[in-house]
Design a binder for this molecule. Structure first.
Ligand SMILES: NC(=O)c1ccc[n+]([C@@H]2O[C@H](COP(=O)([O-])OP(=O)(O)OC[C@H]3O[C@@H](n4cnc5c(N)ncnc54)[C@H](O)[C@@H]3O)[C@@H](O)[C@H]2O)c1
Length: 266
């Protein structure tokens, strides 16, 4: 690890109260960044901030719903007022949605998933990239997609669609922002655990009567792990490492890519 890779760099992390957001915050601050955390959930933000403070780096925190474009505009302006120009964005907030086959999937939840995972990510990317262009110092963005956006997991039509859209947004934004020296890449985590999303997807897939998974969570977990060539789920710090790489100058000639973090799984 290069301790000074992000020395004095201000990086915004959305979903900063969540598991992957926190892991990235820890990694980036350990390498010298000062991070600002944004999340809709004030309690999660407070817990994440307390944990980082214990490690010696209390971040600024911002409660904001990324689906509210006006609130995102105000919050991004405040983040920059408080912490200085942003040179990095980990655009990571997300929602897994319901689990049901497409023919039964609740329409209101489909809209909610798209609103958070796609429109919300767009709102943040637009505001931060505008500010980066104005500041004229370039920058780097990492969007959190998912293997679900590449593989079409059963019973997750909204989530898979939303993450495929994030890969598309990453590719277009990379082209639009390259003239401003702003790189845009994505990471696609596969099965990551242990943690909330892992437990939830194992339980939810078990609860949906489908030909793809068993009806008991431990059996579903075993099926999922068996589908991964490396025969284990990924750790949060393994996601954080890839995010740090893509945000750093070590990835200075990479833009528009989507990095699968899946132990070889499709
Ligand atoms: N954990 C996994 O297995 C996995 C796999 C692939 C992709 N991902 C993606 O990684 C990202 C982070 O997920 P995680 O695993 O840390 O889950 P998490 O639930 O711990 O974190 C997600 C965070 O996003 C926040 N959030 C949700 N809606 C929001 C909104 N409208 N405005 C602002 N914040 C909002 C939540 O409060 C939460 O803190 C998500 O985009 C998720 O889809 C996770």
């Amino acid at each position: 690890m290069t301790e000074s890779r992000f020395q004095a760099r201000h990086i915004l992390i959305t979903g900063g109260g969540g598991e992957i957001g926190q892991a990235a915050a820890e990694r980036l601050t350990a390498e010298g960044a000062h991070v600002s955390l944004l999340d809709i959930d004030g309690d999660k933000l407070a817990a994440a901030a307390a944990r980082l403070a214990e490690l010696g780096n209390a971040p600024r925190t911002y409660a904001c719903d990324i689906t509210d474009a006006a609130a995102v505009a105000d919050t991004v302006a405040q983040v920059i007022d408080d912490g200085g120009p942003l040179v990095g964005l980990f655009n990571n907030a997300g929602y897994q949605g319901a689990f049901a086959p497409v023919q039964d999937y609740p329409g209101d939840d489909f809209a909610r998933v798209m609103q958070i995972n796609v429109v919300g990510a767009f709102n943040v990317l637009q505001r931060v990239s505008r500010a980066m262009i104005t500041a004229g110092r370039g920058g780097a963005v990492v969007n959190t997609a998912s293997m679900a956006g590449l593989s079409g997991p059963p019973n997750m039509p909204a989530y898979g669609t939303s993450k495929a859209a994030i890969i598309g947004l990453t590719q277009t934004a990379a082209k639009d922002l390259a003239p401003h020296d702003i790189r845009v890449n994505a990471v696609s985590p596969g099965f990551i655990g242990p943690g909330f999303m892992w437990e939830r997807q194992v339980e939810q897939q078990a609860s949906v009567a489908s030909p793809y998974y068993a009806d008991e969570p431990d059996a579903v977990a075993a099926q999922m792990i068996a589908s991964v060539p490396m025969r284990r789920y990924g750790r949060l710090d393994e996601i954080a490492s890839a995010v740090a790489f893509l945000l750093s100058d070590d990835a200075s000639y990479m833009t528009g890519t989507n990095l699968p973090l899946s132990g070889g799984g499709a």
